[in-house]
Structures are given as C-alpha cells and as structure tokens.
Ligand binder design. Structure first.
Ligand SMILES: [Zn+2]
Ligand SMILES: [Zn+2]
Length: 249
C-alpha cells in the first residue's frame, strides 16, 4: 500500500467543554472547518468527557474527515493528558472510569456551559459533572487506564506552564509510558525542542487545542501513512513500516 501525507489536528474541543465557544463549537461547524482546511484526521478531546464524540463522527459521515474518539483528562496533579482511542467502546470504558473519579458538580454561570449536541447541532442535553475540575487519578493511573482501554496517551501542550506536564511536575517521569507529546500552537516543534531538550525522546505532535471554529487548524501535524486511521497513527508514532510523523503547520 502506498503512503500518503495527511494533515491531522488531534486536539479539538466542542460545546461540551466549559471553556469553549459554546454555541459556535458545534459538530457541523467543526467538520466544516476541518474539511475546508483539508484535515484528513481530527480527534475530539473535551475535558474529561467523550460524550460529544459520536455527534461529530456522525456529522462527518461522507465528508472525508476521520474523527477519532478522544478525551483530555485532567490528572490529580492538574496535568492534561490526551487519550485517543481506537474504538468508541474503549473511549466509553475510559469515560466510566473517569466518571467514577471526577468529583464536583458544574455551576454553568461560574465555569461555563457544557452542552451535548447531536449531529445536526441540536442541543440534546447538558453535562452536570464538573468537567473543568481535576480527577483524583494520578498521571500514571491516567496513562495506564488509557492503554488498558486501547488508547494512545499523549501529554498535552508540554510547552505550556499551566496544565502542561513539565510546568506541573517539573519534568517528564521516565517511567511514564507516553506514546507522544504535544507541542501547542504557540510554539513550533524546533523551538520547543530547543527550549525543552528532554522532549526529543518522544514523537512530537502539534495540534490546535481549538476552543472556537477559527482556532481549528492553527496548528496541525503532517503524517506519512497509508490512510487516516487510528492504527496508522499508532504506526506513525512508532515509526513502523515507513510510517512517520513529518513536520507540522
Ligand atoms: Zn489542555
Ligand atoms: Zn485542550
């Protein structure tokens, strides 16, 4: 099978994240923007929830955009870790585990609205859990659970002071089996490598962490793969059979 270069933005929030542009960050708007930017693969990663993933997947049917199930989990140490799952079943299993370990109830007027939508951008409910809060899970437990449920564990925006693993812990523990690190849109990967030399040990992705439609694609990663699937992403991170992570936007 021939290899092709694709664009991937693997960190996009929806109306479910309290800090998002609630009424504009809808399933259809996300797919429309991704298609316009020729993003072949995106991952929907709301804070501590994957409950809007299926709506975006259904909105993307026939669009050519592959939507991977994801979640941005906040560990007890307030480190953000992305879980990007092969299958919805795994993402749901992770959700059940996160639900059991996420204390607190949302106050929309204080923390923001957490809106569940369907593929037609219709509001179907809201989430009462405090998604903006931290779980009681240590960062090791988060990474271990992501792997247990068939996901890739990626440390979010490692160059950021707040909620980035280096900013929160001071370093990246050698024992942590992360599959990749994410550099934020605010810094290029060469800049990040220069500033944080230790990160060069891991594959580096760069994603938008979009909270509004305009932010989608403000950073992306080019991947050399045979097609836009989770399995191919995993091979690219491991550098298997010619698959690899190329430069970013
Ligand atoms: Zn984050
Ligand atoms: Zn995020």
């Amino acid at each position: 099978m021939g290899l092709v270069e694709i664009r991937a933005d693997l960190h996009i929030h929806t109306s479910l994240s309290p800090c998002s542009d609630t009424w504009r960050m809808t399933p259809r708007a996300i797919v429309e923007r991704a298609r316009g930017l020729e993003l072949r693969m995106i991952a929907v990663c709301d804070h501590n929830s994957m409950r809007n993933v299926e709506a975006v997947q259904r909105a993307a049917k026939g669009s050519g955009v592959v939507v991977l199930p994801g979640m941005e989990i906040t560990s007890w140490e307030e480190v953000h870790i992305l879980g990007i799952f092969q299958a919805l079943e795994g993402a749901w299993a992770m959700q059940a585990f996160v639900d059991e370990n996420l204390p607190g109830e949302n106050i929309p007027e204080v923390f923001g609205y957490q809106v569940l939508m369907d593929e037609n951008d219709e509001i179907v409910g809201s989430e009462d859990r405090l998604l903006a809060g931290a779980t009681t899970l240590k960062v090791e437990e988060v990474v271990e659970a992501i792997h247990r449920f068939g996901g890739l564990a990626i440390a979010s925006h490692v160059d950021r002071e707040g909620f980035g693993i280096i900013g929160q812990l001071g370093w990246i523990p050698e024992t942590l089996s992360l599959d990749a690190l994410e550099v934020s849109w605010a810094m290029t990967r060469p800049e990040a490598r220069q500033r944080f030399p230790e990160i060069s040990k891991w594959p580096l992705l760069r994603s938008s962490d979009a909270h509004s439609p305009e932010e989608i694609g403000r950073a992306w990663t080019r991947l050399l793969v045979s097609q836009g699937t989770w399995a191919e992403l995993k091979m690219a991170l491991k550098g298997e059979d010619g698959r690899r992570v190329l430069g970013g936007s």
